[in-house]
Design a protein around this ligand. Structure first.
Ligand SMILES: Cc1cc2nc3c(=O)[nH]c(=O)nc-3n(C[C@H](O)[C@H](O)[C@H](O)COP(=O)(O)O)c2cc1C
Length: 193
């Protein structure tokens, strides 16, 4: 690099994103941790849930289950066992892996596919929520055992990630500026390390 204080955004150039709604959404999405208590409209919740199945999945197996939670009492109980859940979400989607089915398919325990699929589904749902004007954020800091009990998960099904959903509060904490973060081409190597 030439050492000038340019960001990846600047180096990419705005011409590449102007008029491209998908790229704009990818760049504008942020984790929203300040949410109002207004309920998430069922149609929006369905749209977010539906989007998960458009994410790429390893081997095209559907080894995940998505538990939608909207009951305030259950949301409060989940939050109590989730130290990483900073928002008070109006709804949550608990992404679970059916590990019994993973084993039944003969996938070895070391196969990262099911975890990667949690990520692809989550990223897709976060973008969908953003596109609907909802605030959303992922949480992995929670007790899997406690959430499994709260959700009455069957044996072999384990919650792996929670997507918090709600309407963004008008008052948001100041954004974490991205200009201290590496630019895209600082993270990329061409052809080899
Ligand atoms: C696998 C994963 C786990 C995460 N767990 C938490 C969490 O427990 N609590 C939380 O507040 N944010 C969590 N996050 C959100 C990240 O902190 C956030 O994506 C990161 O700071 C970048 O912010 P941005 O998505 O707004 O760009 C998690 C993100 C990922 C991908």
């Amino acid at each position: 690099m030439n050492g000038e204080a340019t960001t990846g955004e600047q180096r990419t150039g705005s011409a590449a994103t102007d008029g491209n709604a998908v790229l704009r959404a990818i760049r504008a999405r942020r984790v929203v941790r300040a949410l109002t208590q207004a309920p998430v409209e069922p149609e929006h919740l369905h749209t977010v849930l539906n989007s998960a199945r458009y994410a790429p999945h390893a081997g095209n197996r559907r080894l995940h289950r998505y538990v939608a939670v909207t009951r305030p009492q259950l949301l409060r109980a989940i939050r109590m066992v989730s130290p990483g859940m900073l928002p008070h979400p109006a709804a949550a989607i608990v992404v679970c892996v059916d590990w019994a089915q993973v084993r039944a398919y003969g996938f070895p325990e070391s196969n990262p596919g099911p975890y990667i699929d949690v990520g692809t589904a989550t990223a897709t749902m976060l973008l969908t929520a953003h596109s609907l004007g909802l605030g959303a954020g992922p949480v992995t800091s929670f007790s899997r055992a406690a959430v499994a009990v709260l959700l009455e998960a069957p044996d072999g099904v384990r919650p792996e990630l929670i997507v918090c959903l709600g309407h963004p509060s008008p008052q948001q904490p100041p954004p974490v500026h991205r200009h201290h973060q590496p630019a895209w081409d600082d993270l990329v190597r061409w052809e080899h390390f």
